[in-house]
Design a binder for this molecule. Structure first.
Ligand SMILES: Cc1cc2nc3c(=O)[nH]c(=O)nc-3n(C[C@H](O)[C@H](O)[C@H](O)COP(=O)(O)OP(=O)(O)OC[C@H]3O[C@@H](n4cnc5c(N)ncnc54)[C@H](O)[C@@H]3O)c2cc1C
Length: 409
């Protein structure tokens, strides 16, 4: 009989394995992973550089019923955790933490090495399809009929995002059948779809931007950063961080872009009046060319002066310039969808807080812990999801191991 079985060899499962084995070195600890190797997703994180945490952590960076900051505040920071594995980290100007090597492989290698040194066994190719509790132990069955029995079970099987790295929501379905309350799941940290007609002429453009989300006129959230326009979607980290709202508001959601976030409308009008004064015989299409790339300048001018037939900048009235300034600061995009799971980095929704104790234990079953993306909290882009995975895994692993101490084995 296995002492501690961890379903899922991703970020949270590996952290749970290391901490459970460190806490109870004699306990037989096994990871059951459906893929041929553990940690596939870790290698893809941060574009292969692994943004493994962030120095600026706050409750505002997490969305869902689970209090992520409560868990994070009771565990080592990502810097401390990786230092304890011999991995040096550095942070960029926004507090985002990366391995000093700049390679996600360093992170996975350190986790695997430590787990192996401690004696954690890994069962790869074990795709869990059923869980059952009976006679004081858990019985975990794979889709090929194999069974593992354990005293303590940790579920670290992730959510729905990026299914090619092993996460297709199977465990969420199993937990729902076991009576767990699951908050509706939708892609998080992902691009948002809008009306392609509104994106005509913008494809491929990137620009500094403030993006604001509204639903039925109600303000919801602001982000700043670089927006990217594709043929059908709004993309870029600032948009990714609004994607969690799609699950809550659906097509009521609207994104307003401010393409001059460091200027107010009056300052912008002042600048446009200066351009008008200097413009000579220049055509209207040149109005914003000192401020934006030509394609973006043309798009905004056309959108703002659609109904006017004015050829030269010098003929624009103050009210025309005001209209252009308002357009620069307020293009409006209805949200018609979210990118599919294949293009999402995280999952909004999951096992609700009412089912999870503050030590990551299940409130419905004894000897069961849950950690990582399977829980109902979605972090922003910037290292917040991996910080949650490490912290919740550390707590689940430590507490599962502590519960063995003094128990009959
Ligand atoms: C492309 C991409 C880039 C990202 N970049 C970053 C980043 O830079 N910074 C950041 O903070 N976050 C990033 N994330 C998010 C972050 O990787 C995840 O939130 C985090 O890995 C979740 O950890 P987890 O342990 O809960 O799940 P996962 O890491 O997804 O691991 C779950 C594991 O469980 C296994 N599994 C699932 N179902 C079963 C089953 N039925 N039986 C057996 N095994 C099963 C899976 O195969 C997988 O190995 C990124 C995500 C993606 C997709």
């Amino acid at each position: 009989m296995i002492d501690i079985l961890i379903i899922g060899g991703g970020a949270s499962g590996l952290a749970a394995a290391v901490f459970s084995k460190q806490t109870a070195p004699d306990a037989e600890t096994v990871i059951a992973e459906r893929l041929p190797r553990v940690g596939k997703k870790i290698l893809a994180t941060g574009n292969g550089r692994c943004n493994l945490g962030n120095r600026n952590l706050s409750a505002d960076n997490y969305h869902g019923s689970v209090d992520a900051m409560d868990v994070i505040s009771r565990t080592p920071s990502a810097e401390e955790f990786f230092r304890s594995l011999g991995v040096l980290t550095f942070s960029d100007e926004q507090g985002r933490l990366y391995p000093y090597s700049g390679a996600a492989a360093t992170v996975l290698n350190a986790l695997r090495q430590r787990a192996e040194t401690l004696g954690v066994r890994v069962e790869c190719g074990f795709a869990v399809s059923g869980i059952r509790y009976g006679n004081d132990h858990w019985e975990v069955t794979a889709d090929d009929g194999r069974t593992l029995k354990c005293r303590r079970l940790i579920i670290a099987a992730g959510g729905h995002a990026d299914p090619k790295s092993g996460t297709d929501g199977t465990m969420l379905r199993i937990l729902r059948d076991m009576g767990y309350q699951i908050a509706k799941c939708s892609p998080a940290v992902a691009p948002l779809k809008t009306d392609p007609a509104l994106l005509k002429g913008l494809k491929g453009i990137r620009a500094r931007c403030r993006v604001q989300a509204y639903a039925e006129g109600k303000y919801l959230h602001t982000e700043e950063g670089e927006i990217q326009f594709t043929e059908t979607m709004l993309s870029g980290i600032c948009v990714f961080n609004l994607a969690y709202l799609w699950g809550r508001y659906g097509e009521k959601l609207r994104i307003i872009t401010d393409l001059a976030p460091d200027m107010n409308t009056e300052e912008l009008c002042g600048y446009l009046r200066e351009v008008r004064k200097l413009s000579g015989e220049a055509p209207v299409s040149e109005l914003l060319c000192g401020m934006f790339r030509r394609e973006l300048a043309a798009y905004i001018t056309k959108a703002a002066l659609r109904k006017k037939d004015i050829q030269q900048i010098r003929k624009l009235t103050d009210s025309d310039l005001r209209h252009v300034a308002d357009t620069v600061k307020g293009l409006s995009f209805p949200v018609t969808g979210c990118a599919p799971w294949q293009n999402a980095q995280s999952t909004c929704g999951g096992v609700k807080a009412v089912c999870i104790g503050s030590d990551m234990s299940s409130k419905l079953h004894g000897n069961l812990w849950l950690c990582g993306e399977i829980a109902d909290t979605a972090g922003d882009c910037g290292g917040y999801n991996l910080q949650w995975a490490w912290s919740s895994g550390i707590l689940a692993g430590t507490n599962a191991a502590l519960s063995l101490k003094g128990s009959k084995r």
